[in-house]
Design a protein around this ligand. Structure first.
Ligand code: GLN
Length: 398
């Protein structure tokens, strides 16, 4: 037992901000998976190899002595490649010298953006459930989050609730599409509503588009990822965040970026420079090669993820989980009420310890634990054999 006086003394040594959040539950569940020798469907990282050509490009970059700092806001090669790819996807012309910052993953991109934009007390609209990092990001940047619900089962957004969240103190809105953890792909009409409010209240949209290449739809009804920046009046009030992690299966490389008009970019670059100086130089060179892969690469990536999604969803359905099949990204947010557990944490502990599968408790994605207490998140960015092994483990639950 810690002496109360000792606790007070210890806490005085720490930042009050740090006391406001816990360590990442997603990353904690990976550790629990390892301890229990369980199949890890918690943290969203692939258990399969990155493309050979991308790995070779990194090796080549090191062998040609690209081992010192790149320009702090990114090597020219990857910035040019991002501009070309983003231009093909959106039709927008980006100035690689003034509108782009290469960061240490999308994670740094988000916190650098918030630190560059937000003053203490500014409100930031966040859709809930949200990717776990946005909570601590708000605390660290001093933002006051205003949550707008995405309601299960179809993760629908209520326009009047969205309107009520915007006011004169709103500085930014964070949109993650395709969405982690729900798999929702925001429709063009939903994005237009968000854009209308951004224009009305002079708000900046921060769009985390890290899953933009992982999108499903049906053969007769293809789905399209829309970047909010393409909507009327949003070119200069949107910060686009993306990175290499998910599109090229290199989550450990930590190469991400922001795209934003020059004044916002200048602010992000300043924060980024003093946070990290820059992302790994040889991996940025490999990024330039990765971004030049042909369309067929992305088609195959999405097709492979569709097969993984369908395998997991079938197994979840057979076992009695409730869920909506995701339209994008590589997660299923599932309802666990059929299993009669008091909460998500107890159920996740049971799954990892007794069934041999690690998942993320749903409460990690909500501001109030209660709202996620009958949900858990499965990640399916895993080999088919891994998912088949998980499906066999589920049999113990039925
Ligand atoms: N985005 C992934 C997830 O949600 C990985 C998060 C992380 O650990 N950086 O699981």
């Amino acid at each position: 037992m810690i002496d109360p006086l000792e606790r007070v003394a210890k806490h005085r040594r720490l930042s009050e901000k740090v006391e406001c959040f816990t360590e990442s539950v997603i990353r904690e569940m990976t550790r629990k998976a390892m301890i229990n020798n369980a199949i890890n469907l918690s943290q969203g990282f692939p258990d399969f190899a990155a493309p050979e050509v991308v790995k070779q490009a990194a090796v080549d970059a090191i062998n040609t002595d690209i081992n010192q700092y790149a320009i702090t806001w990114g090597a020219k090669s990857i910035r040019d490649a991002i501009v070309t790819k983003f231009g093909e996807q959106t039709g927008l012309q980006i100035d690689s010298e003034r509108e782009l910052t290469v960061t240490c993953g999308a994670t740094e991109a988000m916190i650098a953006t918030l630190l560059a934009l937000v003053n203490p007390g500014d409100e930031v609209v966040v859709f809930e459930p949200f990717y776990e990092n946005y909570g601590p990001d708000s605390v660290l940047s001093g933002a006051t989050p205003r949550y707008v619900s995405l309601e299960p089962p179809n993760w629908t957004m209520d326009i009047s609730e969205l309107e009520a969240a915007f006011n004169d103190n709103t500085k930014a809105v964070i949109i993650n599409t395709p969405n982690n953890p729900t798999g929702k792909v925001f429709s063009l009409s939903e994005l237009k509503e968000i854009a209308r409010l951004c224009r009305q209240y002079d708000v900046i949209a921060i769009t985390d588009e890290i899953y933009d290449q992982i999108i499903y739809g049906e053969p007769d009804a293809p789905l399209v990822h829309h970047s909010l920046m393409t909507i009327d009046g949003m070119r200069d009030r949107t910060v686009v965040i993306n990175g290499m992690s998910k599109s090229y299966s290199v989550t450990g490389w930590r190469v991400g970026w922001t795209i934003a008009e020059p004044a916002i970019t200048e602010a992000i670059r300043k924060v980024h420079d003093f946070l990290t100086v820059g992302a790994a130089a040889p991996l940025q060179e490999a990024g330039a090669i990765a971004l030049s892969l042909p369309d067929s690469y992305y088609q195959e990536l999405a097709d492979d993820y569709r097969a993984r999604r369908d395998l997991l969803c079938q197994a979840l359905d057979d076992t009695g989980f409730g869920f909506t099949v995701p339209d994008g990204a590589y997660y299923v947010m599932a309802d666990i009420s059929a299993f009669g557990y008091p909460n998500d944490v107890a159920f996740a502990d049971f799954l990892v310890e007794e069934i041999g599968i690690a998942v993320v408790p749903g409460s990690s994605f909500y501001s109030e634990a209660e709202r996620g207490s009958q949900q858990v998140r499965f990640a399916f960015c895993k080999r088919m054999e891994t998912l088949e092994a998980a499906a066999s483990c589920f049999a113990k639950l039925t």
